[in-house]
Design a protein around this ligand. Structure first.
Ligand code: FMN
Length: 176
């Protein structure tokens, strides 16, 4: 059976640099297909225990069903004040209430980028320590610092970063 992976950014920015990075990484997959999702298509109310008593919103059910359909995940997280964006945290809090194994014990290529020199290192660290508790099998990680210097016109400018990314994608693909 053909394997397929879900690709998305932890961002709802229309020009998300993390969506650009995740999509670029996906183009390096050789033998498996992929689908790029956008969190804008899964907008949901702000999670609270009280809100949950009204039942799961359709978009939470939809995102949860989407996660079921793939053999692995390629995610690039945007960093807001050292952590997840509110939009990402929100949908993930919701989905974790439907199924604690958000990532279904499937392989995950985990990335982050930002315009700054740390390349989303803080959010990446958070995710590395917490996603395994949500059923993620983190196969490889990649951080791209200084996005606008290193990624121009859809291309990665620095050979070393590009090599590291391709290696991460290959390691991921082997485990899917
Ligand atoms: C509220 C806010 C907080 C931010 N905090 C950080 C930060 O802590 N670290 C960082 O590297 N960039 C930070 N940035 C810059 C983001 O990395 C930048 O907006 C980036 O484009 C976000 O990724 P996206 O384009 O995929 O949404 C912040 C931006 C906003 C709007």
């Amino acid at each position: 059976m053909n394997k397929k992976v879900l690709v998305f950014a932890g961002s709802t920015s229309k020009k998300s640099i993390n969506k650009q990075l995740a999509s670029f990484a996906a183009t390096k997959l050789k033998n498996i297909s992929y689908q790029v999702a956008d969190l804008n298509d899964y907008q949901v109310p702000l999670f609270s225990i009280d809100e949950e008593e009204n039942g799961f919103p359709e978009n939470v059910k939809g995102f949860n069903e989407l996660l079921d359909q793939f053999d692995g995940f390629v995610i690039s997280l945007a960093e807001h004040n050292g952590s997840y964006t509110a939009a990402f945290k929100n949908i993930f809090d919701w989905v974790s209430r439907m199924d604690r194994k958000v990532f279904r014990d499937k392989p995950l290529l985990l990335m982050a980028t930002s315009p700054g020199g740390r390349g989303g290192a803080s959010v990446l660290e958070s995710a590395k320590s917490t996603f395994p508790h949500l059923g993620a099998v983190i196969v490889a990680t990649f951080s791209l610092p200084n996005f606008y210097d290193n990624f121009i016109d859809g291309k990665m400018m620095d050979g070393e970063f590009k090599n590291n990314l391709v290696q991460a994608v290959q390691a991921f693909e082997k485990t899917v």
